[in-house]
Design a protein around this ligand. Structure first.
Ligand SMILES: Cc1cc2nc3c(=O)[nH]c(=O)nc-3n(C[C@H](O)[C@H](O)[C@H](O)COP(=O)(O)OP(=O)(O)OC[C@H]3O[C@@H](n4cnc5c(N)ncnc54)[C@H](O)[C@@H]3O)c2cc1C
Ligand code: FES
Length: 278
């Protein structure tokens, strides 16, 4: 497995500023961030940054915007603990430290020219949105695009305004399901796996990209394999506790792999036999 080369500048904390902050759901907030001096972050879809808050701590967060958008980038943050709750108190104009980008992103050169099946559960839509927006901005480079999203309830749905636009696109097949329906929900109800059998896929030219909570992978991959998609055409993004983000501390280790450097995006065929991976 090829190692990611980390640029010298990515080791240091870069000063940045919150340009916009918007509450999306009860627990998630979307931040638009710009590096000081108009520097570009220079990232790939699927990579992450380490957010550094002075006197509070650091946390790895996936970049959820597309690199096709220059000048700033976006992070979608769920408030779960010390750093992420402190982030939720930030507003436009506040300063923030950024390390990275880190990790291996989605393999765009491999995906080009093929049909794509994107599957996201919960907060998994954040890193996947980066790739989805990239594919939309380079639409001619990709074949059919299928997007399947799942969340607990419609109130937990992230980027709800954008999802409506995805639904309206003629060049995309988009479906969304909720585990529990509110009275005003007119869409699909059930787990995300229930959407997969109904999707028409050409298995030899379809690549699946899956991001979601750990429990989701095993069941979703089973359904995808049942559609005869080869294991090598399945990519997953895995989340592990991290500290350095640069392959130094070993906190994110999965056997001989460092999730922060060898991942977070992995080819399923390469990790399927690693007990702790999925
Ligand atoms: C590559 C990567 C990308 C991520 N992308 C995002 C993102 O886009 N948006 C987002 O909101 N979060 C993301 N996370 C998760 C985020 O990093 C953690 O939720 C965050 O570190 C928690 O920090 P905290 O100080 O707020 O919480 P803490 O006070 O450290 O912990 C709060 C609780 O969260 C648990 N926790 C901490 N880190 C993790 C983790 N990595 N996985 C599971 N549980 C954890 C702790 O065990 C504890 O129970 C990502 C994590 C990784 C590794
Ligand atoms: S987070 Fe330190 S080695 Fe991966």
């Amino acid at each position: 497995m090829e190692k990611t080369i980390i640029k010298e500048s990515n080791y240091r904390i870069r000063n940045a500023r919150v340009i916009k902050a918007r509450q999306m759901t009860a627990h998630e907030k979307l931040f638009e961030i710009a590096l000081e001096g108009g520097e570009n972050l220079d990232y790939e879809p699927g990579q992450f940054v380490i957010v550094s808050l002075l006197g509070v701590g650091e946390a790895p967060i996936s970049i959820c915007s597309s690199p096709t958008k220059a000048g700033s980038f976006e992070l979608c943050v769920r408030a779960v603990g010390k750093v992420t709750n402190a982030m939720h108190r930030l507003e436009a104009g506040d300063d923030i430290g950024i390390r990275g980008p880190y990790g291996k992103g989605f393999p765009i050169r491999i995906l080009e020219g093929n049909d794509l099946l994107f599957i996201a559960g919960g907060l998994g839509v954040a890193p996947l949105r980066s790739l989805i927006k990239y594919a939309f901005d380079n639409r001619r480079d990709f074949g059919k695009i299928h997007i399947l999203l799942g969340c607990k309830t419609s109130e937990d749905m992230l980027f709800a305004d954008e999802l409506d636009q995805w639904f309206k696109r003629m060049d995309v097949h988009y479906e969304c399901t909720v585990d529990r329906a509110a009275p005003d929900w007119a869409g699909h109800v059930g787990q995300i796996t229930t959407l997969i059998p109904g999707v028409h896929l050409e298995s030899e030219r379809t690549f699946a990209v899956i991001v979601g909570p750990p429990i989701m992978y095993r069941f979703v991959i089973k359904e995808i394999l049942a559609k005869n998609i080869p294991e090598r055409q399945i990519f997953v993004s895995l989340e592990r506790h991290m500290k350095c983000g640069m392959g130094k501390c070993g906190r994110c280790q999965i056997q001989n792999l460092y999730c922060c450097q060898d991942g977070p995006v992995f080819n399923y065929a390469e990790i399927k036999n690693m007990k702790e991976a999925i």
